[in-house]
Design a protein around this ligand. Structure first.
Ligand code: SER
Length: 314
């Protein structure tokens, strides 16, 4: 990775991945793009408005900047996808297809996030294996599985260096996630600090995999820098870090804010999605093939989140 293009850079992952990559590879070597102007992303490095659904414009950016690696971060998340499945398919698959095609024509590597949402109710729930039944019931998950297969296809057929991670819900304090089922695990910190109370849309006892952003960023770079000879899998690696329920997270927050309270107003769409996803993934392939090891657990993350979000809310 010497010259990187990020499409969909204005979202939850991109807003932190851009500065992280710029710190490692040099600000001028990380070109951030998004469908709209994004505050901050152009301050210390190149930023362009780019619609990832326009392959001509994407190819032109790749050629102009001499790009060798594309990070495709464009996606509508799971809950919002259910409100407009056709749009979710068009955006999620369109951006990936264009990234792969531009990569094929310009000899680039491609990273695309997949998700725990690529699994469904027929997948084993506990220690969900790397290679298992994948029959998701959301349009988001259907796009993720299709994307994994398509990315493997481009690798096998055209030799494109495609790599991907099945991310847990990502918890972060810079940019809010938008429209996901795991969003509660971010919102809860803001509400705990603002009001001492949070009303959660996801049932109190549903386990889902989660990861803190610093671990997620490190995982992306470690996978992209991994020796290709060691990779038996590519699209996409199970990744695990922590798994908890809303009750467990609320109890952790209460250790810092004793008066914190939580109640539940269940969103049936999020409930159905959360129930269809695994409790915890088995990430042994990521550990074996490229040395993955999480550094953050729920208590260290909660301490850090409360500190950072408190500073932000001041
Ligand atoms: N965080 C995503 C969502 O909830 C899952 O990848 O949709």
């Amino acid at each position: 990775m010497k010259k990187i293009l990020i499409v969909g850079a204005g979202g939850q992952i991109g807003s932190e991945l851009v500065p992280y990559l710029r710190g490692i590879y040099g600000a001028e070597n990380v070109v951030a793009t998004d469908v709209r102007e994004c505050k901050g992303l152009g301050d210390d490095g190149p930023f362009e408005v780019l619609d990832a659904l326009n392959p001509t414009n994407m190819a032109s950016a790749v050629a102009r900047h001499g790009i060798d690696t594309i990070f495709n971060l464009v996606a509508l998340l799971s809950a919002v996808g259910e409100r407009n499945p056709q749009m979710a398919w068009n955006i999620n698959m369109g951006a990936l297809f264009n990234s792969l095609e531009v990569a094929r024509q310009h000899h680039c590597a491609v990273f695309t996030p997949s998700s725990i949402g690529a699994f469904g109710p027929t997948s084993p729930k506990d220690m969900t294996p790397q290679d298992t039944i994948m029959q998701p019931t959301t349009i988001y998950g259907i796009c993720k599985v299709t994307g994994e297969l398509l990315s493997n296809y481009y690798h096998q057929k055209y030799g494109i260096d495609t790599r991907s991670i099945r991310f847990p819900g990502i918890i972060s304090n810079k940019t809010l996630p938008g429209g996901g089922t795991t969003d509660y695990a971010v919102e809860i910190y803001y509400e705990a600090l603002r009001n001492g109370h949070y009303t959660c849309a996801v049932p109190h006892d549903v386990y889902m995999d989660m990861i803190y952003m610093p671990d997620a960023l490190r995982a992306i770079v470690e996978l992209m820098e991994a020796d290709p000879a060691k990779l038996k899998h590519r699209n996409s690696f199970n990744l695990a870090s922590m798994s908890f329920t809303p009750d467990i997270l609320a109890a952790e927050i209460k250790r810092h804010i004793p008066d914190f309270t939580i109640d539940f107003d269940i969103d049936p769409v999020k409930e159905a999605i959360a129930n269809s996803w695994p409790n915890q993934l088995d990430d042994s392939c990521a550990r074996e093939e490229w040395g993955w090891k999480p550094q953050w657990d729920i208590s260290a993350m909660t301490r850090d989140m409360l500190e950072k979000v408190a500073m932000k809310l001041k």
